[in-house]
Design a protein around this ligand. Structure first.
Ligand code: ZN
Length: 193
């Protein structure tokens, strides 16, 4: 994560491009990144976050670049991609600059408008476990207490949370998120007590 220039516009496309040029100022792809430039598939953009898949040396990697208010973060599920500085992230950044139209725009899904299982899934995909646990914490529910209520160790929950931020998805991730939503809804209706 790093600061961005303050001359950002409200337009998501422009924001992503400005952030990419700031984070990867060298517009020439490195030799390693170049081999991946045209290899991305399932290219999607939701707001100011782009996601794509690519076949790497050790399987399929999920690569993301996410531009928020004052920072840009990138992540890749490859073994060196935790900090977002691997050549797959660099390649995705440059691929977006070269072909933003290849990224399918996915509308944001708000929780209030979830009316079907497909919409629930879309909502869960765009909402991290970390953000849901943070919302619970603001209501006085610690991660440890929440994990125990599900019969899960806090360490396991932590592992699921940090794995998701590396684009690695635990099979129980969706269940944990739904449990968070249920708890938040319960607190909203009945309070925390
Ligand atoms: Zn990578």
């Amino acid at each position: 994560m790093q600061d961005l220039p303050s001359t950002l516009t409200d337009n998501d496309l422009d924001r992503i491009k400005a952030a990419i040029k700031h984070r990867w100022p060298n517009q020439q792809a490195s030799p390693k990144a170049r081999t991946y430039l045209n290899q991305f598939y399932q290219c999607k953009r939701r707001g100011a976050k782009i996601t794509a898949k690519v076949e790497g040396n050790y399987g399929t990697y999920t690569v993301t670049i996410d531009v928020r208010e004052a920072d840009v973060s990138s992540a890749c599920s490859c073994y060196i991609g935790a900090g977002g500085y691997c050549h797959h992230c660099e390649a995705l950044a440059l691929a977006f600059l070269q072909g933003e139209h290849l990224f399918e725009e996915i509308p944001s899904q708000t929780l209030e408008r979830v009316e079907s299982m497909a919409e629930l899934r879309a909502y869960l995909e765009q909402t991290t476990l970390a953000s849901l646990l943070e919302a619970l914490r603001r209501h006085g529910v610690t991660q440890k207490a929440f994990a125990e209520s599900m019969g899960m160790s806090s360490r396991h929950l932590s592992s699921m949370k940090s794995s998701e931020l590396r684009n690695r998805y635990h099979k129980e991730l969706g269940v944990a998120k739904v449990a968070c939503l249920w708890m938040l809804d319960h607190i909203a209706r009945f309070g925390n007590g």
